[in-house]
Design a protein around this ligand. Structure first.
Ligand SMILES: O=C(O)[C@H](O)[C@@H](O)[C@H](O)[C@H](O)COP(=O)(O)O
Length: 260
């Protein structure tokens, strides 16, 4: 299990720069090693912190045609719905970079629009399995055939939820499926699909970006001391997990870490 590294930023601008650097460095590494870079996005504010990646030198250094984009969780709705994580990422980021459309793997359009969470989760798992068979996604070598993504970019809610794994909900205990669903999410909208914890933790690199007012500070402290029942406290990675925090989010941590 990779130890959690924490970096605290004075400004949102500094965080966005570091996030862009981190992503661009990993894209070079993986494109050199295997000609493919698999990136997994979440919803929420994260997309708004990716803006630096749209500018030089980062935008020019990334081989966008080799990037493959997935979602760690998605709201079960149409692609054009204001709730859609795909729409959020597409409008705010993906439409501005030359990632080939066939490398962008959104929730099944029809099942999303119909609101069929269970089938949409199954279909997304099938999609991941197909990409593993085509060697686009790697397989995690240390255990039972779970997929291994290169980089996942995650966020955390004030209750300590990450992706669509919420405190007190059973989805966090799933050990077999790759993708599961929830129909009573405490954060609206209620229907969502989500990667399961084993899949999330098999990723090579996990970045948890938390910028907030003081709202998330208690959950950040609880997660980083692995307090039971805080889903984000169970986040790890194969190689490295890094928490990108602002000072408010880090304010309840004892003896914290490097400040940029
Ligand atoms: O679809 C979603 O809602 C997310 O993937 C969710 O897990 C999000 O990352 C956190 O709730 C943090 O959201 P904020 O960054 O907006 O606080």
């Amino acid at each position: 299990m990779a130890p959690a590294k924490k970096i605290v930023f004075k400004t949102k601008h500094e965080l966005a720069v570091e996030l862009a650097k981190y992503t661009a460095n990993l894209s070079s590494k993986f494109c050199k090693e295997r000609g493919i870079f698999t990136v997994v996005l979440s919803g929420g504010d994260l997309i708004s912190w990716l803006w630096k990646l749209l500018e030089p030198p980062y935008a020019d250094s990334i081989e966008w045609s080799k990037c493959h984009i997935f979602w760690v969780d998605e709201r079960v709705c149409g692609w054009d719905d204001a709730d859609s994580n795909y729409k959020l990422a597409y409008d705010g980021f993906l439409s501005k970079v030359p990632v080939p459309a066939e490398n962008i793997y959104a929730i099944d359009k029809g099942l999303g629009a119909e609101g069929n969470a269970e089938l949409a989760a199954e279909r997304y798992e099938e999609c991941l399995k197909e990409k593993v068979n085509k060697n686009i996604i790697r397989t995690y070598k240390k255990s039972s055939g779970f997929p291994q993504f290169d980089l996942q970019l995650l966020g955390m809610g004030p209750d300590g939820h990450m992706v669509s794994l919420f405190p007190g909900h059973d989805q966090i205990n799933e050990k077999v499926k790759w993708v599961t669903f929830i129909t009573d999410s405490p954060k609206p909208p209620p229907k969502r699909i989500t990667f399961t914890l084993p899949v999330i933790n098999c990723a090579s690199y996990n970045v948890m970006a938390v910028l907030c007012d003081k709202e998330q500070a208690d959950s950040v402290a609880a997660a980083l001391t692995h307090t039971k029942d805080v889903p984000a406290g169970r986040l790890t990675a194969d190689v490295e997990v890094v928490w990108f925090l602002d000072q408010a989010a880090a304010s309840k941590l004892k003896g914290w870490c490097s400040i940029l």
